[in-house]
Design a protein around this ligand. Structure first.
Ligand code: PBG
Length: 325
């Protein structure tokens, strides 16, 4: 038997040509693995560029349909909608309004692109005047009162045509409350993608510009997870799976690839990772300065997220990636 070490073994044999590397690669990435987030704006012109997210615009309902059609033609099969409402108040009344901007976008997209998977972000921070993810009791977000609002929002999205609702608020018990409300409304086929392990993160900064959802006081550490914790992510996912989550998500992606791997190994659930606004902005900003090749960086990051165990990647770079793939 030859010795299984150098010089009998030469790892470089399989790295010699692009064709050889392609043959032995372990991780695949397709446009259909990507979820494309979009901001639907009830107030602005058709397209308003987001300064801190080059290449991302806030879109009117008509522009969302146009953008989704272009993405679909490039191979993307799912979009994630965020709403920028016409008005905000303390309880986020526009979140579950039948004529809300997300509800109108859902109906327009359902008509125009029947094969596109429509996912909606379920959270109140874009709809409340104080910018927190639920209704307040003094200066804290009241958990149980918020559950009712989230359930109403999810039902409203389901009724308007959402295939999947994605709660991102991190209230306790939200997945169960949403599942029960959907079933009660006859929407048992609407799936739940839970932002199960969502960390409090500075990488959400550009998103809060885009969605105009920065909290007016304090921060989100009272409900989002502490970056120093890993076992807690396992407990969060276990709770959401028990409450009826169909897909679980980790967010942000690159700083938490260890969590993606743990969750995939432990639960074997369809698992998503969200490459958030700050992760996107860093690559685009460095690329614009010529400090790195943004195209190659987008691809490397996406492969790394897939390799860590994510089946699905939510990314603002979905269209750029789909065109490269
Ligand atoms: C709503 C929500 C946020 C993001 C997704 N859903 C913002 C937040 O929690 O502050 C962040 C997405 C991104 O940064 O791209 N709660």
């Amino acid at each position: 038997m030859p010795d299984a070490s150098f010089p009998n073994v030469r790892s470089r044999r399989l790295r010699r040509t692009a064709a050889m590397r392609e043959l032995v690669r372990e991780t695949r990435l397709e446009a259909s693995d990507l979820i494309y987030p979009m901001f639907v704006d009830d107030r602005g012109p058709p397209r308003t560029p987001v300064a801190s997210m080059p290449g991302v615009d806030r879109l009117s309902v008509e522009a969302v349909v146009e953008e989704a059609r272009a993405a679909f033609d490039e191979g993307i099969r799912a979009v994630l909608l965020f709403g920028l409402p016409a008005s905000k108040d303390a309880r986020g009344s526009r979140a579950d309004h039948a004529e809300g901007v997300v509800q109108r976008a859902l109906r327009a997209l359902r008509d125009a692109l029947p094969d596109l998977v429509l996912i909606t972000d379920v959270c109140l921070c874009e709809y409340t005047d104080h910018g927190h993810c639920g209704v307040l009791d003094g200066e804290t977000v009241a958990n149980d009162a918020t559950l009712e609002r989230l359930a109403a929002q999810a039902v409203s999205h389901g009724a308007a045509g959402a295939d999947v609702v994605a709660p991102s608020d991190m209230m306790d018990g939200r997945v169960g409350a949403i599942r029960a409300a959907l079933d009660e409304a006859g929407l048992e086929d609407v799936a739940i993608l839970s932002y199960a392990a969502k960390y409090a993160s500075v990488f959400y900064g550009p998103f809060r510009d885009a969605a105009d959802s920065a909290p007016a006081f304090g921060d989100r550490r009272g409900y989002q997870m502490d970056v120093r914790n890993s076992d807690e992510a396992i407990r969060e996912v276990a709770l959401d799976v028990a409450e009826g989550a169909d897909i679980v998500m980790v967010k942000p992606a690159l700083p938490n690839l260890d969590i993606v791997r743990r969750i995939k190994d432990e639960f074997r659930m369809p698992t998503a990772a969200y490459q958030v606004s700050g992760e996107y902005a860093m690559i685009e900003a460095a690329g614009a300065r010529g400090w790195l090749d943004a195209g190659a960086a987008r691809l490397e990051a996406a492969y790394a997220i897939r390799r860590a165990g994510a089946d699905l990647i939510v990314t603002y770079a979905a269209r750029q990636l789909a065109r490269t793939l």
